[in-house]
Design a protein around this ligand. Structure first.
Ligand SMILES: Cc1cc2nc3c(=O)[nH]c(=O)nc-3n(C[C@H](O)[C@H](O)[C@H](O)COP(=O)(O)OP(=O)(O)OC[C@H]3O[C@@H](n4cnc5c(N)ncnc54)[C@H](O)[C@@H]3O)c2cc1C
Length: 330
């Protein structure tokens, strides 16, 4: 079969990039298919708990991880994966990763597609995406300088967004469903004391309106059910993150929406591994995703070795001498 990769990694953030680095470093032909580099890490400017860095932006950390994976020969395709299935040409022996630009074949697949922001699911949201509707205050806030924006959500995620935006835009509405926002009392008081922040309690968003850009938000009072039009240049949807595992629900066992893995990153399907926030592991942190990416890649390496009739190595730094393109130490 033409163009059979040893490992196809789906996702290009902490888990996927680390998996690609480990896999390529073991000499495996590795392709990363991803929508972006950085995933959720792009949503923060200040990661203070990634070992080795007292403070680093998600963008910088993910750029470094990508460069390190590339150094060992990992290849990248910037596409959205729409499905992963057993390849009919080699049943049980390889997989097809379907992407919007076509398909790729791999002996193994590492699922590392993390979590993505939850949608509101209201009319107008899809159509106005990127035209006033955003899921990332830190990324898009500066585009709304001097304008009025709305944050919808509760908890620290929404409060963080309001706090950040209040320093960038003219004014911020916080729309939330209860009589007061949910979060730590101290943080709520601090955020609500900002002079350009106004709350819209007992409210839920039912529609987003606008022709070429967002113009207004239709709010429904959760108590009286009365509706009103709130004029706003932008809306930031801050209602949590979800693992969109529908694309692999027939391939691997899920625990709720998350992929069930063993401690080495193996899923219920031999040859398919998973790592990071998309898995059912307890803690969702960049360093944990990175470590799981490394484990999944070493498991994939051992799987490929066995398929080739070779001894599955104890794949640590002593076991192989990888070929690297430039510099670095094996
Ligand atoms: C605001 C915020 C602040 C945070 N702060 C910290 C912190 O300070 N410290 C810390 O340790 N952690 C922090 N986290 C958590 C951390 O960012 C995540 O745990 C980590 O990014 C998870 O990495 P991941 O590789 O598992 O998945 P993700 O980061 O979710 O990345 C998933 C990747 O998969 C890609 N992808 C998704 N679907 C598809 C598809 N269908 N096709 C192709 N590609 C796809 C995405 O484009 C992305 O590249 C923060 C998270 C957020 C949201």
């Amino acid at each position: 079969m033409d163009d059979l990769y040893d490992v196809i990694v789906v996702g290009g953030s902490a888990a996927g990039l680390t998996a690609a680095m480990y896999s390529a470093r073991q000499g495996l032909r590795t392709l990363v298919v991803t929508k972006d580099i950085g995933g959720q890490m792009l949503l923060t400017n200040d990661i203070q708990n990634y070992p080795g860095y007292q403070s680093i932006s998600g963008f910088e950390l993910s750029t470094k991880l990508k460069e390190q994976a590339e150094l060992y020969g990992a290849q990248f395709a910037y596409e959205e994966v729409t499905g992963v299935e057993e390849n009919k040409e080699c049943p049980g022996l390889c997989f097809t990763v379907r992407a919007d630009g076509g398909g790729y074949s791999g002996t193994t697949v590492i699922l590392a597609f993390g979590k993505t922001p939850r949608n509101l699911g209201v009319p107008g949201e899809k159509e106005l995406g990127g035209k006033g509707v955003s899921y990332c205050a830190v990324c898009d806030g500066p585009l709304f300088r001097g304008k009025t924006v709305t944050v919808v959500g509760t908890g620290d995620q929404a409060l963080d967004a309001v706090n950040y935006l209040a320093g960038v835009v003219k004014s911020v509405y916080l729309v939330h469903q209860y009589d007061k926002p949910i979060g730590s009392e101290e943080y709520i008081s601090q955020v609500l004391a900002l002079p350009n922040v106004k709350t819209m309690p007992n409210s839920r968003v039912v529609e987003l309106r606008g022709d070429s850009r967002l113009e207004s938000i239709v709010l429904e009072d959760t108590v009286s059910k009365q509706r009103m039009d709130l004029t706003s240049d932008g809306i930031f949807v801050e209602i949590g993150y979800v693992a969109r595992t529908g694309l692999v629900e027939r391939l691997v066992r899920l625990n709720g929406k998350e992929i069930t893995v063993d401690r080495d990153g193996a899923t219920s399907t031999p040859g398919v591994f998973a790592a990071g926030d998309v898995t059912d592991s307890s803690f969702k942190q960049a360093v944990i995703s990175a470590a799981q990416g490394a484990s999944a890649a070493l498991s994939a390496y051992n799987y490929v070795q066995r398929m080739r009739g070779k001894t599955a190595a104890r794949a640590d730094w002593r076991s192989v001498k990888p070929v690297i393109k430039t510099g670095g130490r094996p």
